[in-house]
Every structure is written in C-alpha cells, then in structure tokens.
Design a protein around this ligand. Structure first.
Ligand code: E4P
Length: 267
C-alpha cells in the first residue's frame, strides 16, 4: 500500500519524504487554509511549487473550489496549467458538488471527471461516501477515488448520539447501539466503505486506485491496508504514531544501557 501525506504543510511534507516513506500528497481547501494561516504572507503559487518539488515524482492533489461543471473545468485547467511543468499534479474533484437534494448540479463532478480525462488531466474523485459514488467516479475515468473513512465513522457515531474524540478508534466490523449494527445504507464503518470501493472496482476491472482518506489513527491505516486500499492518505501525526510503541521505547532503554565496551570497540 502506498502512503500519501494528507497535508499542505511544507515542513510536514518535507519530513515524510526525507524519511523515505512518502509516495504522494493530498491537499484540500481546509489544509491549504491551515498552511496559509501558518505561513503568513506566503506567495501561494511558489509555495505550491515547493510542495510539488519536495514530492519529487510523486503525485500531489490540488482541489477545485468551484461548484458547477463549467467553473470546475476552467479552474481545474487553470490549476493544471499553472503547475503542470512539475509533472506530478492531479486535480481533486468533489464527486457531487451539489449542496442539497434538489440542486441540479449533482452530476457536475462526474461531468468534470470525464472532461478532464479527455484532456489528459489526472484526477482524484473526492468526498466519496458510498461505493455507488466510487463506481460512477471510476466509470467517469477518475485516476484516484477517495472514500472518507473517518468522516463515515463520525457520521455513524453522531447519528447514534454517541460522544467521541476525532482520533477514537471505530471498529472495522461496526459498532452496535444495542438495537443492531450502526450503518449508513449498509456501510458499517469507514474501513468497510474502503473495502467495498476496492472490491467493486477490482471486480469490474476499473483501473482507478482507491485512496483510503480521512484516516484518524494507526489502526485505521492497518485496516485500510488489510482490506486492500491501494493508497492511504494519512495526517502527519498519524504517520509518526505508526512507529511508536511503549515496548519499543523500553527496549531501547535497556539495549542502550547494556552496550559493552568490547562491542563498541570491535574493529
Ligand atoms: C482526503 O483527501 C482529505 O484531504 C482528507 O483525508 C480529509 O480528512 P478529514 O476528514 O480528517 O478532514
């Protein structure tokens, strides 16, 4: 499974690539906002170019912010033209940019994915919350499909009136509220959503890669890998947590204490 960092913070991206574990980067408007607020006065165009350079050949997603097909296509083309020379930018497109039911722009994301495919602009279909959305996005030619695991878990817990912290583990096989498993149209957890997206796309031979997104803790990363996610996009702190264990720390204390001079002096 490839590891992407879910961040627009250049220091975090730089760290992950310097550790040799970064295979790509995903950003979104909220992550860009955070970076702009942290790096006051930055020239955003040069800053994004720096992110693209730091990532080498690895893919970096930049998201469109408009909400109709026509505007999203023109924004996507502008972003692609601005950063295309780096050779590793792809455009993130919300699978359904409508704000509520009844809005007539439901299929605008799908139209955009198809149009960008025709123009050879790589895409990442985002805000995927159902396997059906994943299927339509793959059919429209998206290179990457991003199911939001953590936000589904939030949704399930919130709908059941449960209180929780953002980083709390949510069981892959689901959680019961006493009257049966919590579910959203049969989806019992964020990792289950990822699993079904992978299964459907692989069963039907779509080439799109599934990015397990909105991951909140290391167990979710492990489970995303177990269900066959091609990629996990992971926040910086969670990537760091992946290496931590109290027994590893404890082992280091005792091993470094026991080092004998004879061993150090070996020639
Ligand atoms: C994915 O591409 C998104 O940027 C991201 O994973 C969303 O995560 P969040 O739900 O923690 O905001």
């Amino acid at each position: 499974m490839k590891i992407f960092i879910d961040s627009a913070d250049i220091e975090e991206i730089n760290d992950v690539f310097s550790w040799g574990v970064g295979d790509g980067v995903t950003t979104n408007p909220s992550l860009i906002k955070k970076a702009v607020e942290k790096h006051v006065g930055i020239d955003l165009k040069s800053y994004i170019k720096k992110i693209l350079r730091t990532s080498g050949d690895s893919p970096v997603s930049l998201e469109v912010t408009k909400t109709t097909a026509e505007e999203m296509i023109s924004e996507a083309k502008k972003l692609y033209d601005l950063f295309e020379e780096s050779g590793n930018v792809n455009i993130k497109v919300p699978v359904n940019p409508a704000f509520e039911d009844g809005d007539n722009t439901h299929f605008d994301g799908i139209k955009v994915l198809q149009e960008l495919k025709k123009s050879n602009i790589p895409t990442n279909a985002t805000l995927i919350f159902t396997p059906e959305q994943a299927l339509l996005a793959a059919k429209a030619g998206a290179d990457y499909i991003s199911p939001f695991a953590g936000r589904i878990d939030d949704h399930l817990r919130k709908s059941a009136g449960l209180s929780f912290e953002k980083t709390d583990y949510f069981p892959r096989k689901g959680m019961s509220n006493g009257q049966g498993l919590l579910h959203d149209e049969g989806i019992v957890s964020g990792v289950h959503l990822v699993e079904e997206c992978v299964d459907i796309l692989e069963k039907h031979g779509y080439g799109s890669e599934v990015i397990a997104a909105s991951l909140r803790n290391t167990r979710q990363v492990r489970e995303a890998a177990l269900v066959g996610a091609h990629i996990a996009t992971i926040p910086y702190d969670v990537i760091k947590d992946m290496l931590k264990h109290p027994k590893t720390f404890e082992g280091m204390v005792s091993f470094t204490k026991d080092v004998v001079k004879e061993y150090e002096d070996l020639k």
